[in-house]
Design a binder for this molecule. Structure first.
Ligand SMILES: Nc1ncnc2c1ncn2[C@@H]1O[C@H](COP(=O)(O)OP(=O)(O)OP(=O)(O)O)[C@@H](O)[C@H]1O
Ligand SMILES: [Mg+2]
Length: 259
């Protein structure tokens, strides 16, 4: 199973864009796996307006799932929309109004429980959890995640906020959990490696600023070689491969006396 949560700690560093970039690149970067992005930002979805403008059906999304009697992998897939004909990239859309996040605690718990079944069907789950520390944040998904990545810019203010977010994540998720950081943009002033050192996490490649690819991702219109080879998508592919490798279950040790 792989459940990866992306969140921000301050400002709007590009968490949703990073989540979409990972969704697009996941099937190529992680051979044999498809991906499902859960839009769980309690402050309201920034994807929905773009999807509506682009004519992408929103599906039942998180609210459709919440209206079901119980949460099952089938129900999750029924309420998700596919961004491609091969159904390799699915999105469970979020909600427009922050107030709609309040009654969703049971839905997040159910989703965290069925993430393993979804993964057994070949889909790794990515979650856009919005700003960490929000009153209605999807805590059950954050607790259950194989890895939580705090998306941050490299300014002093942003890194300070990311450090505090990582401290609370380590406390709430407990020892042995994987919590990391994903740097967006140019070194300003710190490089991704310096940020990783300051935050005491394993370094990941930085996600570059790439307005053309970021815009295409928001519109759900990623297509063509220019998009696929854009700096944003290439870096996202490397990050997806690195994250997936971090959360792969370890191969079972051969038992003593095995040939
Ligand atoms: N890598 C990038 N290259 C270019 N533009 C980007 C990149 N990442 C984000 N942006 C732009 O910055 C703005 C905010 O991005 P995004 O919505 O991904 O941030 P966020 O952290 O999810 O913010 P929010 O707190 O609103 O959820 C958008 O206009 C987006 O297109
Ligand atoms: Mg966002």
């Amino acid at each position: 199973m792989s459940l990866t949560v992306l969140c921000s700690a301050s400002g709007a560093p590009g968490a949703t864009t990073a989540a979409l970039a990972l969704l697009w690149t996941w099937p190529q970067a992680v051979p044999g796996r498809r991906a499902l992005l859960v839009d769980a930002d309690p402050a309201g979805s920034s994807l929905l307006p773009h999807f509506l403008a682009a004519g992408i059906p929103a599906g039942g999304g998180v609210l459709g799932l919440a209206a079901e009697r119980g949460t099952s992998a089938d129900a999750v897939l029924r309420h998700a929309v596919s961004l491609d004909a091969g159904e390799e990239r699915l999105v469970l859309t979020g909600f427009a109004e922050p107030a709609q996040a309040r009654p969703l605690s049971a839905t997040w718990t159910g989703l965290a429980e069925v993430a393993r079944d979804v993964a057994a069907g070949g889909l790794d789950v990515l979650v856009d959890a919005g700003r960490i520390g929000h009153r209605w944040e999807p805590s059950p998904l954050i607790e259950a995640a194989d890895v939580v990545a705090v998306v941050t810019r490299s300014t002093l203010t942003a890194v300070t906020a990311a450090r505090s977010a990582l401290r609370s994540l380590r406390e709430s998720r407990g020892p042995g959990t994987k919590n990391t950081a994903l740097v967006v943009g140019r070194p300003d002033p710190y490089t991704a490696a310096e940020v990783a050192t300051a935050l005491e996490v394993d370094p990941l490649p930085a996600l570059p600023l790439d307005p053309a690819a970021a815009g295409a991702l928001a519109r759900g219109s990623g297509a063509g070689w220019r998009f696929a080879r854009s700096p944003l998508l290439r870096a996202a592919g490397d990050i997806a491969a690195s994250l997936a490798a971090q959360v792969q279950p370890l191969a079972p040790r051969p038992s003593v006396g095995a040939p």
